[in-house]
Design a protein around this ligand. Structure first.
Ligand SMILES: C[S@@+](CC[C@H](N)C(=O)[O-])C[C@H]1O[C@@H](n2cnc3c(N)ncnc32)[C@H](O)[C@@H]1O
Length: 196
């Protein structure tokens, strides 16, 4: 899983995550568009591209130097002034005040010792009425036993979200088919939440 360039190549061209789409649709319902989003661990940029397509300004961060070489060539020229990319790891990531923090399939890869600091910066950055969208991985997920990963029980996740009105939680728990490459058990929570 930590062959990030291999991952970026494998998922290249896939559509935006459902949590991001849901958050953007909620903003649209409120008549809000074209805000500033910070896309944490944006990877090859599936969500960043959706944000740009919908007129948002985006700061896309990722710790992998290869991520943005997959993203930039796919950004239409007219959108480039609205995109900033920052290569930085979770421990050192600054998060600008913004309308939306998007963290798709990102948070479990933050080391436990850096997680609370990262989460505090996420919460502080989102303006009142702004949103968090992303995934938390549960403790029954196979990867919970890998050192340096951060997984949460539902109760722990809800505690982290106590400053938010939770608009969507979809829990997903399933096994990969046995013939999948590196099959695993998945337990994750898909979350969209609006800051009080
Ligand atoms: C599963 S990918 C998710 C990418 C994208 N957000 C998506 O939804 O497909 C996890 C991302 O976390 C990034 N990452 C892993 N460890 C990191 C760290 N310590 N600091 C910053 N980014 C990290 C990887 O480079 C990768 O892009």
């Amino acid at each position: 899983m930590e062959d990030w360039p291999g991952y970026f190549g494998a998922v290249l061209g896939k559509e935006a995550r459902e949590t991001l789409v849901q958050a953007l649709d909620l903003f649209t319902h409120e008549g809000f568009s074209g805000g500033l989003a910070v896309d944490i661990a944006a990877g090859e940029g599936r969500d960043t591209l959706e944000l740009l397509k919908r007129g948002w300004k985006v700061v896309a961060t990722d710790g992998s130097p290869d991520a943005f070489s997959y993203l930039w060539p796919r950004v239409p020229e007219a959108w480039t002034p609205r995109l900033t990319t920052v290569e930085v790891n979770f421990a050192e990531m600054e998060i600008l005040p913004c309308d939306l923090v998007n963290a798709s399939f990102a948070l479990p890869f933050c080391e436990p010792k850096h997680f609370q600091g990262l989460w505090d910066r996420i919460v502080a950055a989102i303006r009142p009425g702004g949103r968090f969208a992303g995934q938390f991985f549960g403790k029954r997920d196979s990867w919970a036993s890998i050192p340096n990963r951060t997984h949460h029980s539902r109760e722990e996740m809800l505690e982290l979200l106590k400053g938010f009105y939770v608009e969507m939680i979809r829990e997903e728990e399933r096994d990969d088919a046995p013939d999948a490459r590196n099959p695993k058990h998945w337990q994750l929570f898909h979350v969209v939440a609006r800051k009080f």
